[in-house]
Design a protein around this ligand. Structure first.
Ligand SMILES: O=C(CO)[C@H](O)[C@H](O)COP(=O)(O)O
Length: 225
């Protein structure tokens, strides 16, 4: 099976976690896109969605699925999203798709977090995937120095077309921190959150996944935390 087929299989399995008549939080990325396409088939069963990025909102709207502003929603039944890495405790690195801050916000108000990922995303120790951190542009270099002091190699994410800093949906910039071996994800998340100028860190540990649906060649494996 290709990686895309594994992603599609896990996205299809996630439909079982959609709660009828409720608002569903929807993540960002290629696996989340497969989920959106599956969700479109049962859109009549849900009240609507809250999107974690402009790209996700556009794809949902393209399917005719209602998208609510989070400020108009009191609670979200379930948040369904991919990950760049996930460990055996349900802690994740997210943000490869640049949407970590809104993903974290939507996840934080959701009663359940269902991670959907192909099997390659399951790791023993988080950190092989460079950890994304969203920062306010004026604090970029100051935060980089603090992140380097934590032992990583921080690099500003640039636009695909130029050397200019990439700009997120929120007007922030992203720093990707390579070379970390994250043995205590909650502690590192707390430490990076405390750096002034950081908007959000793509370490989802204090609020990790409740369930992970992993697409493997032998079928979709379910991990519960
Ligand atoms: O965190 C994310 C976006 O900010 C994605 O969930 C993560 O990058 C995984 O993406 P994909 O499903 O394309 O492998």
């Amino acid at each position: 099976m290709t990686q895309d087929e594994l992603k599609q299989a896990t996205a299809r399995a996630a439909i079982d976690y959609v709660v009828d008549g409720e608002i569903i939080g929807v993540g960002t990325g290629s696996t989340a896109n497969f989920f959106i396409d599956e969700l479109a088939k049962i859109k009549h069963r849900i009240k609507g969605t809250v999107a974690s990025s402009e790209a996700t909102a556009a794809r949902l709207a393209g399917h005719g699925i209602p998208v609510f502003d989070l400020n108009d929603v009191e609670s979200i039944a379930v948040y369904i999203d991919g990950a760049d890495e996930i460990n055996a405790q349900g802690a994740m690195i997210k943000g490869g798709g640049a949407a970590l801050t809104r993903e974290k916000i939507v996840a934080s108000v959701s009663r359940r977090f269902v991670c959907i990922a192909d099997g390659s995303k399951l790791v023993e120790t988080l950190g092989k995937f460079a950890l994304p951190v969203e920062v306010l542009p004026m604090a970029r270099n100051a935060v980089m120095r603090r992140l380097a002091a934590l032992g990583g190699q921080p690099k500003v994410r640039t636009k695909a077309s130029s050397d200019e800093a990439f700009v997120t949906d929120n007007g922030g910039n992203l720093i990707d921190v390579a070379g970390l071996s994250i043995t205590d994800p909650v502690a590192l998340e707390t430490q990076i959150n405390a750096i002034v100028g950081v908007v959000a860190v793509g370490l989802f540990a204090a609020r990790g996944a409740d369930v992970c649906l992993l697409g493997t060649a032998d079928g979709v494996r379910k991990l519960e935390y």
